[in-house]
Design a protein around this ligand. Structure first.
Ligand SMILES: [Fe+2]
Ligand SMILES: [Fe+2]
Length: 154
């Protein structure tokens, strides 16, 4: 099932952090549009690779905004990002390996579903459990944020 963006997920009231999160959500949701496409496995891996690049861009951006605003949890938050990047690497490698070895379309369906479920939780649990704590610092972040490019222009 696609991730629906909702107001409770908003960290900076439509600012750059929300824009990044929405973009990451759109990449995860895009994997659900591949179901009936030929070469869907190849396209799936391409989206996952893109997600890896933009997750990195987003995490570094969030970390620099936290530093600029004196966010007290920045060191722990950074550690959580490093952990998420490693987890994403593992899941992409597992998906790649299993796709290469897949023996049936049923097996492939299973890999799709498991990976999508993982990605959904991977992003949303971090936003709810960690990113939302930045909420009260986002007005301090807003000046610094003006200097940053939109995630889609990177
Ligand atoms: Fe974060
Ligand atoms: Fe985030």
């Amino acid at each position: 099932m696609k991730i629906q963006w909702r107001d409770e997920l908003s960290v900076d009231n439509g600012g750059p952090i929300d824009a990044d999160h929405k973009y990451l959500v759109s990449l995860i949701n895009a994997t659900l549009d591949l179901d009936k496409k030929p070469e869907r496995e190849k396209l799936f891996i391409e989206i996952l690779e893109r997600l890896k690049i933009y997750a990195k861009v987003h995490f570094r951006r969030e970390e620099s905004l936290q530093k600029a605003s004196g966010y007290p949890e920045s060191e722990n938050h950074k550690k959580e990002h490093v952990y998420l990047e490693r987890k994403l690497d593992v899941i992409i490698n597992v998906a790649k390996k299993e796709m290469a070895e897949k023996t049936s379309s049923q097996k492939s369906d299973l890999i799709f579903k498991q990976t999508q479920k993982f990605l959904n939780e991977w992003l949303i649990q971090h936003v709810i459990g960690h990113d939302l704590k930045m909420k009260e610092y986002t007005s301090l972040m807003s000046e610094k944020a003006k200097e940053l490019k939109s995630i889609e222009d990177i």
